[in-house]
Design a protein around this ligand. Structure first.
Ligand code: NAD
Length: 149
């Protein structure tokens, strides 16, 4: 029997994506309330179709480059075009999502005093010579190359 005495309200941006949809499932299963925020830029509702009728699941259609005002206990910021095909479709928008998205979500976390998790990507290492990349590796980055966004 699960203990639901600590039900959190959790915001998952990019919640309709590959990682986000699994996280939504897991945290719902743990008894929490989920706000799944996604503009469905790279995905359809397919990943979360089975969650839409769950009483503690709410889908919010929103773009993280714009501020948002919700009350939450925890935030996972996973919203970003993740594959090279997607993040290079509109490199300026990808940069805005990474930067404005993080700033908006950090602002929300500060206002609500919510814990925040920020997803990163191996793309920050550029075209690395070392696999997998340890924390001590600084990468091989071309700041104006196609992966720079
Ligand atoms: N999948 C992996 O193996 C992996 C590994 C390391 C890091 N990551 C990082 O984790 C995060 C999620 O990865 P994923 O594989 O689930 O990607 P994904 O493409 O499956 O999901 C990303 C989601 O973000 C949404 N999104 C994109 N732009 C948005 C915006 N402006 N506002 C709101 N939602 C937006 C997309 O519609 C999509 O549903 C990314 O930041 C990625 O770089 C993923």
């Amino acid at each position: 029997m699960k203990n639901y005495s600590h039900r959190f309200r959790i915001l998952i941006t990019g919640g309709g994506g590959f990682l986000g949809s699994h996280l939504c499932e897991r945290l719902l299963d743990d008894g929490h309330g989920i706000i799944c925020l996604d503009n469905l830029f790279t995905d359809t509702k397919d990943n979360i179709a089975h969650l839409l009728d769950h009483p503690h699941f709410e889908l919010m259609s929103h773009d993280v480059t714009f501020p948002l005002y919700v009350e939450v206990d925890e935030t996972y910021n996973l919203a970003c075009p993740a594959s090279s095909l997607h993040h290079q479709f509109d490199p300026v928008q990808t940069t805005k999502i990474s930067v404005y998205g993080a700033i908006n979500l950090l602002g929300l976390a500060k206002r609500t005093k919510a814990k925040i998790f920020q997803a990163s990507t191996s793309e920050v290492y550029g075209d690395p010579e070392v696999h997998p990349q340890p924390e001590s590796y600084w990468g091989k980055v071309n700041p104006t190359g196609p992966r720079s966004c």
